[in-house]
Design a protein around this ligand. Structure first.
Ligand code: ING
Ligand code: ZN
Length: 297
């Protein structure tokens, strides 16, 4: 894999399978389910087998058009596997959480956001997977209209893509301490809640580690790599049914963040490929800060 261009789903999945075949002692790939159109939801587990390691979940590509997210997440995978002897946590990584939407942005509509579910009784297609998780589903910042970009679906976890993530966590015995979901764009480090402007009881910890991430990102990326830290609803806008709210409230995973990668609007979702490597280095710096925070829990 190289990071000078954006890759199709097949390339990303092929790269994951290649890593699992080449480095069977440190990584393995499982499909946690299938998308609406039957594409696998591939998760790579990276671990060097050290006992009592905390586990981190990382996903990308929940929103189809946010191409920098799967690109940065695959870069993180590459780094973790290449430096596996130093790992201090176990990582479970889903680089493309919305594979149907992702492929659709290559073949039909570069700015598609949702999955590809056909709605009964509507001409419109697609559920916003980041409104479909089962905590405070259907609240502020969502829509019941299948034609809207923020359509929350017919019910919580109505979509196979979100349901597969839920099922994975129900079945997993790993000791998850962090849930990081990568989006674009805007350069934000967001923590719960998204459903309204309240904050969790331990928000001071989330704020502190968030600020540490922002500092590490600036160091990695330079003067323009300024990321704003705060709770989602206050910093950006209210949105219910997001994955980070569910991870925090239901799974009780302490460090739940939505990270909005580059840029701040010049190119938006259509970030030129020359920015993949610098942006991915920022994302990696954030992951390393969270890993460190998880170790001391
Ligand atoms: N932004 C997120 C969205 O789903 C978000 C922002 C995340 C808001 C979590 C609230 C909670 O709308 C993008 N770019 O998708
Ligand atoms: Zn998004």
């Amino acid at each position: 894999m190289e990071w000078s261009s954006y890759h199709r789903l097949e390339d990303i999945h092929g790269y994951m399978d290649y890593l699992a075949e080449t480095f069977p002692d440190v990584c393995s790939v499982v499909s946690i389910g299938n998308s609406v159109e039957g594409r696998p939801l591939k998760v790579i587990r990276i671990s060097n087998g050290k006992a009592n390691a905390p586990a981190l979940w990382i996903d990308g590509g929940i929103h189809a058009r946010e191409w920098i997210s799967p690109a940065a997440v695959t870069y993180i995978i590459n780094h973790l596997v290449e430096n596996s002897e130093d790992l201090e946590a176990d990582y479970y990584i889903l680089p493309v959480a919305n594979p149907d939407g992702y492929e659709y942005t290559f073949t039909r509509d570069r700015l598609w956001r949702k999955n590809r579910k056909r709605s009964v009784g509507s001409q419109c297609t697609g559920v916003d997977l980041n409104r479909n998780f089962g905590y405070r589903w259907g609240g502020l910042g969502t829509s019941k209209d299948p034609c809207r970009e923020i359509y929350a679906g017919s019910g919580p976890f109505s979509e196979p893509e979100t349901n597969a993530i839920r099922y994975f966590f129900e079945a997993s015995a790993a000791n998850f301490k962090a849930y990081l979901t990568f989006h674009s764009y805007g350069q934000y480090i967001l923590y719960p809640w998204g459903y309204d402007k309240r904050v969790p009881p331990d928000y001071a910890d989330l704020e502190m580690v968030g600020k540490q991430m922002a500092t590490a990102i600036k160091k990695a990326g330079g003067a323009n790599s300024v990321y704003t830290v705060g709770n989602s609803a206050t910093t950006l806008y209210a949105a219910s049914g997001g994955s980070d709210d569910w991870a925090k409230a239901i799974l009780k995973i302490k460090y739940a963040y939505t990270i909005e990668l580059r840029d701040t609007g010049k190119y938006g979702f259509v970030l030129p490929a020359r920015y993949i490597t610098p942006t991915a280095k920022e994302a990696l710096a954030a992951v390393m800060v969270v890993t460190e925070a998880c170790k001391s829990l």
